[in-house]
Design a protein around this ligand. Structure first.
Ligand code: FMN
Length: 178
C-alpha cells in the first residue's frame, strides 16, 4: 500500500473513530442545564450536558464548554454565571439555547440572580450561582471549574428533569418512595 493510500485510510479510521466515540458517549444519559450570564446589559446563555458536581467542601462544580462556542467567552467575561437545571417542560428551550447566534432569550421568562444578576430561568428545577475558579485545557473543550456561591431547588415536589440520551430528549418520572 502506498503512503498516500495509508494516509487516506488513517483519515477514514480517524473519522469513524470520532463518529463512534460520539455515538458511544451518547449512550450516557444525563440531565441538561443552561448556563447563563450577563454580558454588560445583554443576557447570554448556552445549553450544556457536561455539567457535574465536583466538590462539597469547598463547593465546586464543573462544565466543559467547546472552544468553538461563541457564547462561552461572553459568559466567562464577568466570571459569574448561573447553572439552570432544566425540567422536562424545557425541551424546546434547551434546543433554542443550543443554536449559535440569534436571540436565544426570545420568549424566555427569567429573573436576575441575587449575587450577579445572571438570568435564572423560570421554572428551572434547580439553579446554582457560580464564580469562575479555574479553566483547564480539555482538547477541543475547556474544563471550567467554578465555586458555587448560592444553590437553590424548586419548591415543587413532583418536578421531572429533562434527560438527554442518544441525541434525543426524554424525561424521568419521579415516583416518591421507590
Ligand atoms: C443537550 C445538549 C447538550 C449540550 N452540551 C454541550 C456541552 O456540554 N458543551 C458544549 O460546549 N456544548 C454543548 N451543547 C452545544 C451548545 O449548546 C451549542 O454548541 C452552543 O449553544 C452554540 O452556541 P454558541 O455559539 O452561542 O455558544 C449541547 C447541546 C445540547 C442540545
Amino acid at each position: 500500500m502506498s503512503v498516500s493510500q495509508n494516509q487516506t485510510r488513517d483519515a477514514a479510521d480517524a473519522l469513524s473513530d470520532t463518529a463512534r466515540l460520539r455515538q458511544v458517549m451518547g449512550h450516557f444519559a444525563s440531565g441538561v442545564v443552561v448556563v447563563t450570564a450577563m454580558d454588560g446589559s445583554q443576557p447570554v446563555g448556552m445549553t450544556v450536558q457536561s455539567f457535574a458536581s465536583l466538590s462539597l467542601d469547598p463547593p465546586l462544580c464543573l462544565l466543559c464548554p467547546a472552544k468553538s462556542s461563541t457564547s462561552w467567552p461572553r459568559i466567562i467575561r464577568s466570571g459569574r454565571f448561573v447553572i439552570n437545571v432544566l425540567g422536562a417542560e424545557h425541551r424546546d428551550l434547551s434546543r433554542q439555547f443550543a443554536v449559535s447566534g440569534g436571540d436565544k432569550f426570545r420568549d424566555v421568562r427569567w429573573t436576575a440572580s441575587p449575587a450577579s444578576g445572571s438570568p435564572v430561568i423560570d421554572r428551572a428545577i434547580a439553579w446554582l450561582e457560580c464564580k469562575s475558579s479555574a479553566i483547564h485545557d480539555g482538547g477541543d473543550h475547556h474544563v471550567a471549574i467554578a465555586s458555587v456561591v448560592d444553590a437553590r431547588i424548586s419548591q415543587e415536589e413532583n418536578v421531572a428533569p429533562l434527560i438527554f440520551f442518544r441525541g434525543t430528549f426524554g424525561a424521568f418520572t419521579v415516583r416518591p418512595g421507590q
